[in-house]
Write a protein that binds this ligand. Sequence first.
Ligand SMILES: Nc1ncnc2c1ncn2[C@@H]1O[C@H](COP(=O)(O)OP(=O)(O)OP(=O)(O)O)[C@@H](O)[C@H]1O
Length: 583
Amino acid sequence: MLRALSQFWRLLKLCISGPRGKMGIAFFVAIVVLDFVGIATSIRLVHWNGDFYGALEAMNGSEAIRQVGVFFLIVAANVCIHLIGLYLRKMLQMRWRRTLTQGALDIWLNNRAYWHLANSADSMSNPQSQPVDNPDQRIADDCKFFIEKVLSEALDLIGRVAGLFSYIVLLWSLASFPLSLAFIGLPWDVPNYMVWAAFLYVALCSLLVHFLGYPLKGLLVEQQRREANFRFALARLRLNYDEVAMSAGERAERGVFNSRFDAIIANWRRLINRDLILSCFTFPYSSTVLRVPLFVALPGYLAGHVAFGGLMSLSMAFSNVVTSLSWFVFSYRDLSDLVAASSRLDDFLEAAKAAGRTGRRIAQHDSSDGVLGLKGLALETPQGTVMLNIPDFAITRGEAVWLSGASGLGKTTLIKTLAGLWPHGSGEVFTPSASMIVLPQRPYFPIGDIHDALAYPRDKQDFGAEDLDIALAKVGLGELADVEFGRSDTMAAHGLSGGEQQRLALGRLLVHRPQWALLDEPTSGLDIAAETELLCILRRELPDTTFIIVAHRPPQGLGSLRHITLDPGASPASLLHPDLQPA
Ligand SMILES: Nc1ncnc2c1ncn2[C@@H]1O[C@H](COP(=O)(O)OP(=O)(O)OP(=O)(O)O)[C@@H](O)[C@H]1O
């Protein structure tokens, strides 16, 4: 319970962070005030009944006509209040969803938490057990769901609490007679026993509901996880349709879809059963809540404390108190949904915050002399297994360096380390404070057009469209400059070959003109002639840039090339730069 409340509070703090979120509090207060005004107009309508029918009974025509006018005024006020309240509610939903989503995105992206989450030892060893599966669902669905539920439940609760006070006052005055327990041998009178009975009755029922419905939260969390897993499998086919079709993998894919959907059904069954068990209590409860008060008031009636008409008013007041108090019982299912969503979201955000704080065992220093170097570097997997001991080396500005080594040795991991990403291992890395671009083995292109792809990760507006087209032409993709890339989820969707994708990625270097370029097998999809032509262009256009290239064959076209073999048995000292010192 305390855990749920603290999760809840952390998420609310995110919602009300920043001026936009704080302004939401004003919206919330306005909605509550409007709700109260709405209650007042409803009460006015009750009084209007008396006035109108009184006028009819007295055959007072002018008063009756005046009451018709009053009626329309009350209804108009009610409609205005309702519509303004509804509008403010939607605005508030939008405002708080935006602050919550922005907060979640910040946490996920800051310090590359998204990367550390995916590469933590735990997520590698058992992705199923992680509280951070499907971050996309947490950010897109759970943020939306949390805000919707929290607003509806909070406003419902406030309305009920406000109503509760007035009904308790009424019940207290109506049911002032005591309950004598003498008939069961106890010489004790319980004054205003109906008020206490209302609280006791609802407290016991709430406990029972909680006992019956407690497993719902876990089942709802699991249901969301399985739904997201199913959706993710479908999305993977959408992204990899070419590869699946070429492997004729429909049956295998169908098998994955079926097993994930079966998992949904299995948990759904458990959810339905639990819902049924809960409804076995809540359904009769809501049907009897209007009758039980009559039975509770009977001792007072039988003892002659109250007349028959009084009995009816009493039971009416009692059932109003019980109905208001029963918010927990009636809302249990919705509250379970809310607690499940806040637990999913909060677990994810806490895990992302922790991942963003992941300590580095590989020390990263700024190099004082503009040299990139390594000292005593040993790479490890996230699980702590030694991957590769790297010989010490230093690379100066303008060099072209070819890194080679057996497949699976750790070359890509070394590039990630030089880029300041890989934290697992020991040793020191010295990086110059200069512009650097890293091209991964599998080129990545953002959602957008070909200019977006070329300018990534910067905005295409930062470069002129003409310069972008020139760069495209230089890497041999001039004809793509005119292609309309309208709806593009992936560049592959537009039929770019693997080699063309690599050309496009290399085109980024011409646009960004970095001082350092770390390239992981950037030309593996090109023939030697094309590779030579492209690398020649890069060297010519970027004469001062340092190229560090991972490749299985010597890259052609970069001019004089220094070769560093990543061989765990190599002697490190011969490669160490003499001036290499921490900044
Ligand atoms: N996130 C990770 N978790 C666990 N093991 C990893 C992770 N990333 C890489 N490895 C392992 O580390 C080793 C080196 O991987 P890496 O991709 O760096 O090799 P590589 O030398 O670039 O290989 P290739 O030449 O085939 O591209 C591999 O055995 C790989 O399975």
